[in-house]
Design a protein around this ligand. Structure first.
Ligand SMILES: [Zn+2]
Length: 1021
């Protein structure tokens, strides 16, 4: 059958530059009016229904009789009749749980002057509510926003003239709990503001029982008349919109000329509240920063150190000095052999160290690193209690996830797949919510994570027979169903019936002229016999085809949401069920779909692919290159390795189509890019290297890791969090500018991004045993991954916020509605033990990377090693060996262990010249019962923000300490510490990691569930 083009194709030829990625308001919901999507809670267009057009799918319901009418200005709008018991709109009660700051904006055309009609009224009862009335009793105080938690006599909020009737008015209400203000906007202009409003939305709404929350549009909580008005495009944001943002939203709705709030210039923004200071106190006594030399080869930018040992007065010791080197956007400085000088800066000082770089001609770093190390299978490393018989934080998080996973119904995770293939659902099956709901175009992604999670849980629960059996059963059930479905694709539904086996000849759905992404119950196509052999996904093939034809990201039927991203999760899950779960059918399904993908992509022109992979969110493909290279490794079919390279993000990896620079040449191509869209592509590059042995792919991975952790990383090990470009999920517009361009209000560190950075770090370490990879691993594991899970259940974070007085928000405690981060959390918490130990491929060396109570079974050497410790509540660990053998044990000397690293074997002190940030080798003919004791005294130390060194995080050993806050803050918490010895200013108990300083309590960030500050404004005295 002839392939027809979709009529809705957007003729989109993006002129691609790194800033086009995140910097501008674009078609699609991600940058709606220049405001990052992470801040958008819900958006009701009311253009025919009450659906939420944000990715959170908080669909509202219409209560009573109302009509959707045609409007001259906005097209379809909702018309509420008003009067007693008039119709209104109800949002789901959970939509605003855990939200404290709230902005509500929307269009109303009010029909009459009946007083106290409500634009919105959010609350539980008449004592606790938050509302806005467009029209009041008297002219002077007609339009109001009001909030109270103690009844109407205690209401607070601004008022202004009533709005005009019979015409469209844009209303905005902004509750800013940080500034304690409640502001009212009419037609994009601020018309009132109350200060000292010490109430947050979390005080108003019921946090424990969301169904008790009555979230109304158009209905009063009192006896007032219902709203008689037309409604259009009402949005709820979890941030305090600025006056400019409110004005922009209004302006963009009425004008053809798009305004964007985001500055698109590359110049760093200064935060108006914080002035840069002249000399950073943390470098007190610094008298100089030495110049350095560096060498590189033609084409490759030199790798310059981020830290240099400074020269301090009287030969004193001082912190390493953070140097910021210029970061060219291509490799022009090193295109020829010779020497040149680069001048760096040291923020907080006037020093300008220089690097003399020698550029040598010759082989372009053609070395071919080998993967010398291997991980241990998950079941061979079991987490243990600490040495006093208590569950460790790692065990607790593992158990929260594994126990809840064991109770899940696999049918919920199969729902979308059966639905896509038009198959009946078993009785009583509940579909997933959130990003897997019926009409969400990412549906199926959670099922991929779920496959990985049950495979890992199966492999890891060697310590519990019942759990082990439970997950074995889940794997075979899931795979049997998916296998049956994938077998149907491209084959006749009934004997002799019509079919299309060829993936590149998939016709439009029955009765359709073109392809669309309609997944609604009535609109979804289920003609699987036409889809080509081997197809499997949570929806029909259309989204893949539409991507090739130019479709953009969004919620309309001519738009899509990252089909290859979802497919990557599914393929990874299938391969995990094969590799970890031992299920051969799982590999068959993956192979079938792999061929489907290969066939489609291999006939596309290169330009089309480059354009696809760069199309924002629509073309996000997770780690498809990794999945394909892995499929090649598992099957030996070379088509899959070719296919992996069809996913090369060429400009990002290689600078341009001619492969002239890019990450392969150590050029920073991260600027402004979406972090979690790109990190998995890098693990994919490394997997592609394993198959192709082309060193360029290896360089891409290692250079990315260095650039990312040097120039874009926060204290918890997370990355991105940009305010320029205005999206918390993006890298900052320039490297080394977290203060100027980061600390976005919408959140800082997406948890998925750190999950992926950990995956990359451990793999790089297996190639290159540089302790920095595992130092980073420890930092991010304790301070982000461990810190991202709720106290008593497997709820977990999307973004971890790091602004002063911020609070973590946990979601998906019942595993029934997944964001991307809820998906990767399933994976992270079923493999917490996977990097404690590695072995060399030749089994001559054992690596002890992390100090976590656990028992290792090293089958190849018939040795057991048990690690017993209270770390990090103690600074020692004890390794006890069962078995014998001659091998090296390499133990990690953390880079923070600057007060020494003691080693005892069988009670005897060993001489060691351990250097922080390296591995110490213990070589011996080991005897049964040998005991190795390691002691690494903890110390307090500061990690400054690279471009504002007075803003610091306080660490104790590996543990980030958070200041406990009772409320949100507009400023950084100021603390004064002893310049010579931080511990002089801090009191507390290392065995509980509870401390205090400057009148504030500190505790591990991973034990912090209420408001916190992890960055402090420090003065050293
Ligand atoms: Zn995520």
């Amino acid at each position: 059958m002839e392939r027809r083009l979709i009529p809705v194709i957007v003729a989109l030829v993006v002129s691609w530059s790194s800033m086009a990625v995140c910097g501008q308001a674009e078609e699609g919901a991600q940058f709606l009016d220049g405001i990052g999507e992470t801040a958008l809670i819900a958006r009701y267009l009311f253009n025919g229904n009450c659906e939420d057009w944000s990715r959170n799918t908080y669909h509202a319901t219409l209560q009573g009789d109302a009509t959707h009418v045609e409007d001259e200005q906005f097209g379809h709008v909702l018309s509420l009749p008003g009067g007693e018991d008039g119709a209104y709109v109800r949002m789901p009660g959970r939509a605003l749980v855990d939200v404290d700051t709230l902005s509500v904006v929307g269009w109303l055309k009010v029909k009459n002057l009946t007083p106290w009609q409500r634009f919105f009224d959010l609350g539980q009862d008449t004592a606790r509510n938050f509302f806005c009335t467009p029209v009041g009793e008297e002219r002077a105080d007609g339009c109001r926003a009001r909030i109270t938690v103690e009844g109407w006599t205690q209401e607070q909020g601004p008022a202004t003239f009533r709005v005009s009737t019979g015409q469209w008015v844009h209303l905005g209400v902004v509750l800013d709990t940080t500034k304690k203000t409640l502001s009212l906007y009419v037609d994009g202009v601020r018309v009132g503001r109350s200060t000292g409003v010490d109430v947050s939305l979390t005080d108003v709404l019921n946090q424990d029982n969301p169904s008790a929350n009555q979230l109304y549009l158009g209905k009063s909580r009192y006896d007032d008349a219902a709203l008689g008005a037309q409604l259009y495009d009402v949005r709820f944001y979890s941030i305090a919109l600025s006056a400019q943002q409110v004005a922009t939203i209004r302006q963009n709705a009425v004008s053809d000329e798009e305004m964007a709030v985001t500055p698109t210039s590359m110049t760093p923004q200064k935060d108006t509240q914080e002035e840069a200071i002249d000399v950073s106190p943390i470098y007190a006594g610094l008298t100089g920063v030495p110049n350095i030399t560096a060498a590189t080869v033609v084409g490759h930018l030199p790798r310059l150190p981020a830290h240099i040992a400074g020269v301090y007065r009287d030969g004193a010791n001082g912190p390493l000095v953070r140097v910021i080197w210029p970061a060219p956007t291509d490799n022009s400085p090193v295109r020829q052999a010779g020497t040149y000088v680069i001048t760096g800066t040291v923020p907080g000082t006037a020093f300008t160290p220089k690097a003399a770089v020698t550029v040598k001609a010759g082989p372009d770093q053609a070395s071919q690193p080998r993967m010398d190390l291997a991980p241990f299978p998950l079941g061979q490393v079991v987490l243990d209690q600490d040495d006093r018989g208590h569950d460790t934080p790692f065990m607790k998080n593992r158990d929260k996830f594994v126990r809840t996973l064991a109770q899940t119904d696999p049918n919920s995770f199969l729902y979308n797949f059966r639905d896509a293939f038009g198959q009946p659902q078993p009785e009583g099956v509940r579909p997933l919510r959130g990003w897997d709901s019926q009409t969400t175009r990412l549906r199926g992604h959670a099922s991929g994570h779920y496959l990985t999670a049950i495979a890992q849980a199966y492999a890891g629960t060697t310590y519990d027979e019942d759990l082990h059996a439970n997950f074995a059963q889940k794997i075979s059930y899931m795979i049997d169903v998916l296998h049956d479905l994938s077998e149907k694709s491209g084959k006749p539904a009934t004997e002799g019936g019509p079919c299309n086996a060829d993936p590149i000849q998939v016709p439009p759905g029955p009765g359709e002229d073109g392809y669309d992404s309609d997944l609604s119950k009535d609109g979804i196509r289920t003609d699987y016999w036409n889809w080509g052999e081997g197809f499997i996904s949570g929806y029909p093939p259309d989204q893949f085809i539409m991507l090739e034809h130019g479709a953009t990201y969004g919620g309309r039927n001519n738009q899509i949401w990252a089909p290859y991203y979802t497919l990557h999760k599914i393929l990874a899950g299938l391969m995990d069920c094969y590799e970890l779960g031992g299920n051969p059918k799982a590999l068959e399904i993956a192979r079938g779909m792999g061929i489907w993908v290969f066939k489609r992509l291999s006939v596309l022109p290169t330009e089309t692919r480059i354009e696809m992979w760069n199309r924002y969110i629509a073309g996000e493909f997770g780690g498809m290159n990794e999945a394909m290279a892995r499929l090649h490794r598992l099957t030996g079919d070379s088509r899959f390795l070719t296919c992996a390279q069809l996913f090369d993000n060429i400009d990002f990896f290689f600078g341009n189509a001619e492969h002239e620079h890019g990450l392969a040449c150590n050029v920073d191509t991260l600027r402004g890019k979406h972090a979690n869209q790109h990190i998995p592509q890098i693990t994919g590059a490394l997997e592609t290297y394993k198959g192709t042995e082309d060193p360029a792919y290896y360089h891409v991975a290692e250079n990315f890791w260095r650039i990312c952790t040097h120039g874009y990383m926060y204290c918890i090990g997370g990355v991105a969090g940009a305010k320029n470009p205005n999206n918390a999920e993006c890298f900052t517009a320039q490297p080394n500018t977290l203060f100027a361009n980061g600390f976005s209000k919408g959140g800082q560190n997406e948890t998925c991004a750190t999950y992926n950075m950990l995956k990359l770090s451990r793999q790089l370490f297996m190639f290159h045993q540089d302790a920095r990879f595992m130092d980073y691993y420890e930092q991010a594991l304790y301070n982000h991954i461990l810190a991202s899970v709720a106290e008593d259940n497997p709820g977990n974070t999307y973004h971890v916020p790091l602004n002063p007085g911020a609070r973590k928000r946990f979601g998906n405690a019942r595993m029934d509605g997944f964001t991307c981060c809820n998906g990767t959390a399933l994976e992270s918490n079923t493999k917490l033990q996977d990097s404690i130990y590695f072995r060399s491929q030749d089994d001559k060396t054992l690596y002890v990377n992390l100090y976590i109570p656990s028992t290792l079974t090293w089958l190849e050497r018939n040795v057991k090693l048990s690690q017993s410790t209270r770390f990090p509540y103690a600074d020692t660990t004890k390794l006890t060996l069962t078995g014998t053998g001659t091998f090296d044990m390499r133990v990690r000397v953390p880079q923070w262990a600057t007060r020494g690293f003691g080693v005892k074997i069988n009670g005897r002190d060993q001489d060691s010249d351990a250097v922080p940030g390296t591995y110490l080798t213990l070589s011996r003919s080991w005897q049964n019962g040998d005991i190795i004791e390691l002691k690494m005294p903890f110390d307090f130390y500061l990690r400054p923000v690279m471009d504002q060194p007075n803003i610091v995080s306080l660490f104790y050993g590996p543990v980030l300490l958070a200041a406990e806050e009772s409320e949100s803050r507009t400023t950084w918490r100021k603390v004064s510490l002893n310049a010579d010895d931080l511990s002089q200013s801090i009191t507390g108990d290392p065995s509980t990691l509870r401390f205090s300083t400057n009148g504030v309590n500190l505790k591990p960030f991973y034990e912090t569930y209420s408001r916190h500050s992890v960055y402090l404004d420090v003065t050293l005295e």
